[in-house]
Design a binder for this molecule. Structure first.
Ligand code: MN
Length: 430
């Protein structure tokens, strides 16, 4: 098994100087995968972020410095799916080779000026594309704090959690066609709204537009129909993680969601961050998840550390020259059901998954009001508007608002950052 650098310290340095700055999202300990293009080569292909640069893996593949699976057709691809489908040993081997190429003491690429000029591109000059072709998207509901808050607001504060919640990672199947990469604007949806004390709904633009701060994992190795993934083997099926904004139209959602769950209140847009952070990069940041009570049924039982210490934030910036306000700070470690439990539960029926499937965590609210991860909770259904730094207030999102999610794992002298997932709200198309 090649070394995949499960280190929490900053002793490993890169000859790409910007990668060694303590606040940098993309040090040599991270090496996230994305899909890039630029003016000199508009064809999308796979790259790895290092400092303020991108390593163009298609170039390295062409000159045969980096081959995955002995093939020359893995990195010159517009999506990560073929690489992801090679499975865990290939991911780790590729990561180890890239780490070696970028280490400060390795001259192979460092001292090859002409190759560096072709293979290292400033991030500021590249376009970042959807990194994966998502053929299946599932949104879980795995934060106890979030489920409790939403149950209190939408249903019954005395009995906010339904009896099934503590027994299984509750989820619904989402829409893949409207999953978009960070930077893509989001059009305010229209739909059926049920005004208070009304007998029939009205049609119009959503008035309660919201974000949900989530992460998502990407399935690497799928399973065959009829053959579940066991809890013990589940983690090796996971390729990596991204940030995810599950944009939500609360008024549409509230009227439509009984009995089959969210539909048009969620289908209009789901944003993800462009860089996929590998599980190898996250390995040093493992922590124990919350205590589970009652003890789950045997097919969901786990011992050990299966959560991750990932700090998460949301900034809201009003239209124009407005200042950004950080409106929530939370942590992935609050999530009650682990990713392995989610995957084991998803497949226990025999449902198959495929490389590139996206599984979102659910809104990652923490225990304190400042760590709630949607406006629905932060403003308690709009009743307690948030004060913004420029003097404005928000109950829900207004046209022109820019919502930016960031996240990182803090190491000793470096951090493994997620980059960002952002989107601006466009007015409804009337
Ligand atoms: Mn959600």
């Amino acid at each position: 098994m090649p070394d995949f650098n499960p280190t929490r310290d900053s002793s490993l340095k890169s000859w790409v100087e910007s990668a060694n700055q303590p606040g940098c999202d993309f040090p040599i300990q991270n090496l996230p995968f994305g899909v890039i293009s630029d003016r000199s080569n508009p064809v999308p292909r796979i790259g790895v972020a290092i400092g303020d640069q991108v390593l163009d893996l298609a170039v390295l593949e062409q000159v045969e410095i980096l081959l995955a699976d002995g093939s020359r057709a893995i990195f010159n691809q517009p999506i990560l799916n073929p690489f992801i489908a090679l499975r865990q040993n290939a991911w780790r081997e590729t990561r180890a080779k890239i780490t070696a190429l970028l280490r400060d003491d390795n001259p192979v690429l460092r001292d090859n000026t002409s190759l560096c000029r072709r293979a290292l591109l400033p991030i500021a000059g590249v376009s970042l594309h959807m990194p994966i072709d998502v053929r299946g998207y599932t949104d879980f509901y795995s934060s106890k704090e979030h489920a409790t808050n939403v149950g209190s607001i939408f249903r019954d504060p005395k009995n906010p959690l339904l009896p099934n919640w503590a027994e299984m990672p509750v989820a619904y199947n989402g829409r893949t066609s409207s999953i978009i990469v960070s930077g893509t604007p989001v059009r305010r949806p229209q739909g059926q709204l049920m005004p208070p004390n009304s007998v029939r709904p009205v049609f119009g633009p959503c008035r309660m537009l919201d974000f949900e701060l989530e992460t998502a994992f990407i399935v690497g190795e799928g399973n065959v129909l009829g053959e579940p993934i066991s809890i013990d083997g589940a983690e090796k099926h996971i390729f990596g993680m991204v940030l995810l904004n599950d944009w939500s139209a609360r008024d549409i959602q509230r009227w439509e969601y009984v009995p089959l769950g969210p539909f048009n209140g969620k289908t209009f847009a789901t944003s993800i961050s462009p860089w996929v952070i590998t599980m190898e990069a996250l390995e040093p940041f493992r922590v124990q998840g919350p205590t589970q009570n009652p003890q789950p049924l045997p097919y969901l039982q786990q011992t050990g550390r299966h959560s991750f210490d990932i700090h998460l934030e949301v900034k809201l910036k009003p239209d124009g020259t407005g200042e950004s306000t950080t409106i929530t700070r939370t942590n992935f470690r609050h999530i009650y059901w682990s990713m392995a439990q989610q995957l084991a539960h998803h497949t226990v029926s025999g449902c198959n998954t495929r490389a590139g499937d996206l599984m979102a965590s659910g809104t990652i609210s923490g225990p304190e009001p400042e760590s709630f991860a949607s406006l629905l909770e932060l403003t308690w259904n709009g009743q307690k508007p948030l004060e913004l730094l420029n003097g404005g207030q928000r109950g829900f999102l207004e046209d022109g608002d820019n919502v930016t999610m960031t996240g990182w794992c803090q190491g000793d002298g470096f951090r493994v950052g997620f980059g960002e997932a952002s989107g601006v709200v466009l007015p409804a198309r009337l």
